[in-house]
Design a protein around this ligand. Structure first.
Ligand SMILES: Cc1cc2nc3c(=O)[nH]c(=O)nc-3n(C[C@H](O)[C@H](O)[C@H](O)COP(=O)(O)OP(=O)(O)OC[C@H]3O[C@@H](n4cnc5c(N)ncnc54)[C@H](O)[C@@H]3O)c2cc1C
Length: 396
């Protein structure tokens, strides 16, 4: 079978690319259904983009690489598409846009767009063998147990990253890219909960509070959640992408407030109140009890010297924690690292050294923050690639 474009992966980026790539496009995926990560995203409502998308919200060895694709297909362009398909949406928080209904509406929209563009989709299809004769890519595919050989002018790697192998994530894009001489930035789990060795937070499990979580490379002010195994919640997931093994993170338990001033005022107004009671008005009492195991929270407010107040305030706004590790690929929402951008054109996503080979979506070393940024990268990089292929096709 001779085609123009073979897209490996019917996820967010692959389907978006297929909707733009023009005639002769075939998308294959080993899963039984397309867009499985879209289906489970955003608690089933898909946080499909963010009003505040900008290049600074993405991590990559080359922070400039994402600029072109994001500028040429923006969050407003995707909103326009969602609007044309009559999908109702709302902003939840921090610019995060979700479907009012189900995430499957986004999958259905992409399938309709692909169909309108004439793209074909083969599910339950494995890549058994791939070769390249210098101009065309020849793929031996096993489609529901039957062999099919496909020869394509273009090959698009859209098989995503390594997060959540249970959902079909594999390192296929990295393997193929390596074979074609592209470099890989070591993949790491991102947007992932932290684990701590001794179940030290298990008594606080389920407790959530607004914090500012920080490493040397970034800071996020959002909710933090204590879990049986460690720490999670948006602030922790965000900072996990900036964290390196062995490093400590700093957590401000009272972001935007001045605990020293609050304690001094409380001391003046109610000196006979127990320090732990006063702190229980600033923080969840269960957390205060936990902190009391390592900090001296005994005595009344009147007993507190200014020096002790300052030390206490410092401990609360600069709580240093050293995670043992993360929950890893099993729960990571994204993959940091991936196919190095040096070898790719930021305008078309085509490999500079292999004409006709393209890489899009999470497989590329571009990773967004939590909050709709990763899907926007999939839409933007998929569109950049699809339009470039369609353009080449028109010219030939
Ligand atoms: C639980 C969860 C929730 C998320 N929620 C959000 C959210 O709300 N907002 C947001 O912006 N991002 C979210 N993300 C991240 C987002 O899902 C990904 O960044 C995005 O799906 C990446 O798109 P992609 O097309 O590059 O890869 P994917 O969507 O992962 O698609 C890759 C496709 O390739 C297929 N594939 C893989 N290996 C092979 C192989 N060997 N052979 C054939 N096919 C293969 C897979 O089956 C899959 O269909 C979430 C991720 C997870 C895990």
């Amino acid at each position: 079978m001779q085609i123009e474009t073979l897209i490996l992966g019917a996820g967010a980026a692959g389907m978006m690319c297929a909707a733009e790539a023009g005639p002769g496009t075939l998308v294959v995926d080993h899963a039984r259904n397309p867009g499985e990560k879209i289906r489970i995203s955003g608690g089933g409502r898909c946080n499909f983009t963010n009003l505040g998308v900008e290049p600074g919200c993405f991590l990559s060895e080359n922070p400039h690489f994402c600029k072109s694709a994001l500028a040429r297909y923006t969050q407003w362009d995707f909103l326009d598409l969602v609007g044309r398909h009559g999908i109702a949406w709302h902003e939840k928080t921090l610019g995060q846009l979700f479907c009012d209904g189900k995430a499957t509406q986004i999958i259905a929209m992409l399938l309709r767009e692909m169909e309108a563009a004439g793209a074909e989709l083969w599910l339950s299809t494995e890549l058994a063998e791939l070769s390249h004769d210098g101009t065309r890519f020849v793929a031996r595919l096993m489609r529901e147990g039957t062999e099919q050989v496909v020869s394509a002018s273009n090959l698009v790697l859209a098989t995503g990253g390594k997060s959540i192998p249970k959902m079909g994530a594999t390192g296929l894009a990295y393997d193929i890219a390596t074979r074609f001489g592209l470099e890989i930035v070591a993949p790491r789990p991102g947007l992932v909960p932290f684990t701590f060795p001794d179940g030290r937070f298990s008594a606080l499990s389920g407790l959530s509070l607004p914090v500012r979580a920080q490493t040397a490379r970034g800071a996020f002010e959002e909710a933090m959640l204590f879990t049986h195994r460690g720490l999670s919640g948006p602030a922790i997931l965000q900072i996990s992408s900036y964290w390196r093994e062995g490093e400590a993170i700093t957590v401000d338990l009272l972001p935007g407030s001045d605990p020293a001033a609050a304690l001094r005022t409380a001391r003046g107004e109610a000196g006979r109140r127990a320090l732990s009671t006063a702190l229980g008005q600033l923080l969840p009492p269960k957390l205060v009890a936990y902190l009391g195991e390592t900090l001296d929270l005994t005595g009344n407010l009147a007993d507190l010297s200014d020096r002790r107040i300052a030390a206490l305030a410092q401990a609360l706004s600069g709580w240093e924690l050293r995670p043992q590790g993360t929950e890893g690929w099993r729960t990571a929402e994204v993959t940091l690292g991936g196919i190095a951008t040096d070898g790719l054109s930021s305008k078309t996503m085509e490999a500079k050294s292999v004409p006709g080979l393209y890489v899009i979506g999470e497989a590329v070393d571009v990773t967004g923050w939590l909050g709709g940024y990763n899907f926007q990268w999939a839409w933007s990089s998929g569109t950049a690639c699809g339009r470039a292929i369609a353009e080449t096709h028109r010219r030939s």
